[in-house]
Design a binder for this molecule. Structure first.
Ligand SMILES: Cc1cc2nc3c(=O)[nH]c(=O)nc-3n(C[C@H](O)[C@H](O)[C@H](O)COP(=O)(O)O)c2cc1C
Length: 359
């Protein structure tokens, strides 16, 4: 093993979750689950990565138990898995068992697309898409219950925790961000009120799953609608959000940035995961551009070469910016990427055909 990478091959514990190393597979929508049911091919895809030393897998976004949770989003998505109903739960149970047998851990990402879901799209074309400004108290309550039912299902099928998709402009983030939440009641207005929806979901899940079952929360400044958007302009604002979420029961922040090393606030080179770790005292995960010379959006249109930027990852890890290292495209391309990291073998450059394969 390359000597300086040793810190990333150490164990990590959070509540009932024990990981063999610090590498996490980032949630990536794959569209291989017809009728919302993940089959054996999906289970094997995740198990291959667990076998090849990915410490923790966060699944693709999984639709919560609410009619308008998923549909076609900005990419016209189809065949997204769900986390309710016997067939889907049985498929997930197989995936969990295969990942555990391979020595890994797996957590589903609970997803409600909110207003990014295009109206009248399957699986429930009749359901209206949910936007904070238009939601009634009853609709808010029903959506929160859908998150809770799905989290309870996740625990029942053996997942090692739950991860909430609170980023990228989808429903939870649409409440957090002033650009999509202009309410002036208990669900909107100032930051504490905009954070209430996320907070109520976390609290309600915590009550049902007990104290040790990890709850992860993905947070981002950027939105699909606006890459330059910001939830917080200053550390003090960020702290308001992360304190509320930590008090509600979030155990780990999955901090979604487009480039993991980008500074966020003036006068510091620290990335967003570092700020959130410092402000909240909670473990954080970093993500964005690990293993490649281009970030996600650019790699749709430009050749994307493999780069070994692990030295910078380790430098920031040792500076205590984050606890876990999350990897998206590199693990989409290559199930054995972590083993290549470990033994210093060259990585593969990015290839768009990876989106249509499940190998
Ligand atoms: C095919 C694909 C699907 C993705 N789907 C999701 C998703 O369902 N949920 C999510 O939070 N992020 C999603 N992302 C973003 C990744 O989790 C990750 O944050 C991003 O790709 C940056 O990491 P990378 O530079 O290592 O690829 C997706 C990315 C890709 C490439």
């Amino acid at each position: 093993m390359r000597d300086n990478l040793t810190p990333l091959f150490t164990e990590f514990t959070c509540g009932s979750l024990k990981l063999a190393n610090r590498f996490v597979m980032s949630p990536m929508t794959r569209q291989f689950s017809p009728n919302g049911v993940p089959g054996d091919d999906v289970a094997s895809y995740y198990a291959r990565r667990a076998k090849a030393k990915v410490g923790l897998i966060i699944t693709e976004g999984v639709g919560i138990d609410h009619p308008s949770a998923i549909g076609e989003g900005t990419m016209g998505e189809k065949n997204i898995p769900v986390l309710h109903g016997n067939a889907a739960l049985s498929g997930w149970r197989t995936a969990v068992e295969k990942v555990h047998a391979a020595g890994g851990k797996i957590i589903p990402q609970l997803w409600h697309m909110g207003g990014i879901r295009q109206e009248a799209t399957a699986p429930h074309p009749e359901a209206k898409s949910m936007r904070p400004d238009e939601m009634s108290e009853a609709e808010i309550a029903e959506t929160i219950s859908g998150f809770v039912r799905s989290a309870v299902n996740a625990k029942a099928v053996g997942f090692d925790g739950v991860a909430l998709h609170g980023a990228h402009g989808y429903l939870i983030d649409a409440f957090l961000w002033a650009g999509t939440n202009q309410r002036d009641d208990k669900w909107g207005g100032d930051l504490p009120r905009r954070a209430r929806f996320a907070c109520e979901i976390v609290k309600a899940i915590r009550t049902e799953v007990g104290p040790d079952f990890p709850i992860l929360f993905r947070i981002s400044q950027w939105k699909l609608q606006d890459y330059e958007a910001r939830l917080a302009d200053k550390p003090e604002e960020l702290k308001i959000i992360t304190d509320i979420l930590s008090d509600a029961g979030v155990d780990i922040f999955d901090v979604s940035t487009r480039i993991f090393s980008d500074p966020v606030f003036e006068g510091s080179e620290m990335g967003l995961a570092g700020w959130i770790r410092k402000l909240s005292g909670k473990p954080t995960m970093t993500v964005g551009g690990i293993g490649f010379d281009k970030e996600l959006a650019e790699s749709f249109s430009q050749p994307t070469a493999a780069v070994d930027n692990l030295d910078e990852v380790v430098r920031r890890f040792e500076a205590e910016e984050f606890d876990l290292v999350t990897v998206g495209r590199a693990l989409l391309m290559d199930a054995e990427w972590v083993m290549k990291v470990e033994s210093g073998i060259d990585f593969e450059s990015f290839d768009l055909t990876a989106y249509s394969r499940l190998d």
